[in-house]
Design a protein around this ligand. Structure first.
Ligand SMILES: [Zn+2]
Length: 157
């Protein structure tokens, strides 16, 4: 289960709607407990897809159906998280005019310990958000999102 506050859901929603029709992306910082991952902060990133990374993640049609987080940015995020005793616990990204279901490309590039929030954006509006996590066969399984209320999240911050 992934625990995330309503205010962060809103931040994700706003950020991926803003970059529509391109894919938007960012990192989830938090802590992993036994059965629950708690999102404590977000680390928004650029969609750094460019033709140079196409060989790794597939050409597609560009940023409208691909995203890429610069490994250097990933490293900065990891350092920022560590300094606060947090980890990168997942990634969020959007699927413009596609369902909130991971693509084969998403699956191939996914890390086993991460939670993957995918937001489906239709005509500029987020219509659905789902979370996914790899199982031992490296296949995605749905992970429940538990939204905590804004008051709770304010206390947590
Ligand atoms: Zn995707």
């Amino acid at each position: 289960m992934l625990q995330i506050s309503q205010s962060y859901i809103q931040v994700i929603t706003d950020s991926v709607e803003r970059v529509y029709p391109q894919e938007g992306c960012g990192l989830l910082l938090g802590t992993r407990l036994q059965d629950v991952t708690v999102v404590v902060d977000l680390y928004p990133t650029e969609n750094a897809w460019n033709p140079a990374v196409a060989g790794m993640i597939g050409v597609g049609t560009g940023k409208t159906d691909r995203y890429w987080i610069d490994p250097a940015v990933m490293f900065q995020a990891m350092k920022a998280a560590r300094s606060r005793h947090l980890d990168i616990v997942g990634v969020y990204h959007s699927h413009p005019d596609h369902p909130a279901i991971p693509s084969e490309c998403d699956r191939r590039l996914a890390w086993p310990e991460y939670s993957y929030i995918i937001a489906s954006v239709r005509q500029g509006n987020v219509v659905e958000m789902q979370c996914w996590r790899l199982n031992v066969q490296h296949q995605f399984e749905s992970e429940m999102i538990q939204v905590t209320d804004p008051q709770t999240s304010k206390l947590a911050q």
